[in-house]
Design a binder for this molecule. Structure first.
Ligand code: UT7
Length: 330
């Protein structure tokens, strides 16, 4: 991409309510020990009754605006990555626009499951390349706990609710540069059946008065996804580093999708990036799908872990299948 693009600010939000592994022991046949050793997750946040994806997204957006030193009226576009929108229509992006108290923006949702943030970031790069004055709000928000089957211990212990946001522009902030140096994204629709929430759309519609079935909730083949996730994230990272002429030892931070600590460790190992350079916060949030990478970025930023002069490698994997990687330079 010839026009450069920059992140002006990061923001995140997670609901107040916390569900610990110990809380889950009284809901399903599981243990803190199993969840901790198999996934690394210790707790997850859960939206309150009536709290929606756009509520979380709008709060993350406001935090990103504050971090960028901007007001909502400065925005020109809103891209929202989610697979748990408030509704089929209107879009969560339009609902966030309304909650930010603005109008007249281009506002649209996109669904690339857990990879949604990186997909939206790449689309934001395209928008600022076409319009040098654009200020694109990229939000990734999920309330996956409403789409979990609480009778399925193999999935319900994994996910949590949250939102992350970033503002993308063709020019950096004064005094701080976070360049989106490159993005590489991919997908394989043939593997879609391994991870799905199929009910409620046009393929498995519900008629008025029907009760929802298991298809309405997350279903997945965990072990298969595990293998694909490790392989795809490691491969796409290698390709991105190679095409940018960056050696593995020059990566200062690997920030991967926060689904499972064992997946994260395996990707780090395949890339030869030592554990101390790998950012992990899934113990606090669980897998928040599209929100996981921007939530982790905002978390790292709030801990002053993104100072000037760093090369940061982001990578993600999710339903579709979709996956990708992005390079940030501070
Ligand atoms: O965001 C992208 C989407 N998702 C992912 O990235 C998830 C990828 N997959 C994973 O993270 C892992 O495969 C899981 C965490 C889902 C499962 O870990 P695993 O080591 O692959 O376990 P498994 O599915 O092979 O199950 C091992 C055992 C089974 O019992 P048996 O058949 O060995 O007796 C399961 O029934 O663990 C049992 N099990 C549980 N036990 C206690 C499954 N879930 C639980 C649970 N508590 N919550």
């Amino acid at each position: 991409m010839t026009t450069k693009s920059y992140i002006l600010g990061f923001g995140s939000y997670a609901p107040e309510r916390i569900l610990t592994n110990t809380d889950l022991e009284s809901l399903v046949d599981t243990t803190d020990e199993w969840i901790t050793t198999r996934t690394g997750i210790k707790q997850r946040h859960m939206a309150a009754e009536g709290e929606t994806t756009s509520d979380l997204g709008a709060k993350a957006a406001m935090n990103a605006l504050a971090s960028a030193g901007l007001a909502a009226k400065d925005l020109t576009h809103i891209l929202v990555a989610t697979c748990t929108p408030d509704a089929m229509c209107p879009s969560t992006a339009c609902l966030i626009e309304r909650k930010l108290g603005v109008s007249g923006l281009m506002a649209v949702d996109l669904n690339a499951a857990c990879s949604g943030f990186l997909y939206a970031l790449n689309l934001a790069q395209g928008i600022v390349a076409m319009n040098a004055d654009a200020k694109v709000l990229v939000v990734a928000a999920e309330v996956l706990t409403r789409r979990l089957n609480w009778n399925d211990r193999s999935t319900c212990v994994l996910f949590g609710d949250g939102a992350g946001a970033a503002i993308v522009s063709a020019r950096p902030n004064e005094g701080r540069t976070v360049e989106i140096a490159d993005c590489l994204l991919s997908s394989d629709g043939a593997l879609g059946d391994l991870l799905l929430i199929s009910g409620g759309g046009t393929s498995i519609p519900y008629k008025h008065g029907d009760s929802v079935g298991d298809e309405f909730f997350v279903r997945m083949e965990g072990r298969e996804i595990f293998k694909h996730a490790v392989r795809s994230m490691a491969r796409v990272c290698e390709e991105l580093l190679t095409r940018n002429g960056i050696k593995r030892e020059d990566v200062d931070m690997l920030l991967p999708h926060q689904a499972n600590l064992r997946i994260i460790e395996a990707v780090g190992k395949k890339l030869d990036i030592p554990a101390e350079k790998v950012f992990v916060n899934l113990q606090e949030y669980g897998n928040t799908s599209a929100a996981s990478v921007p939530l982790a970025l905002a978390d790292a930023d709030s801990k002053n872990m993104l100072p000037a002069g760093r090369t940061i490698l982001l990578t993600t994997f999710g339903g579709g299948f979709t996956w990708g990687a992005a390079l940030l330079r501070t």
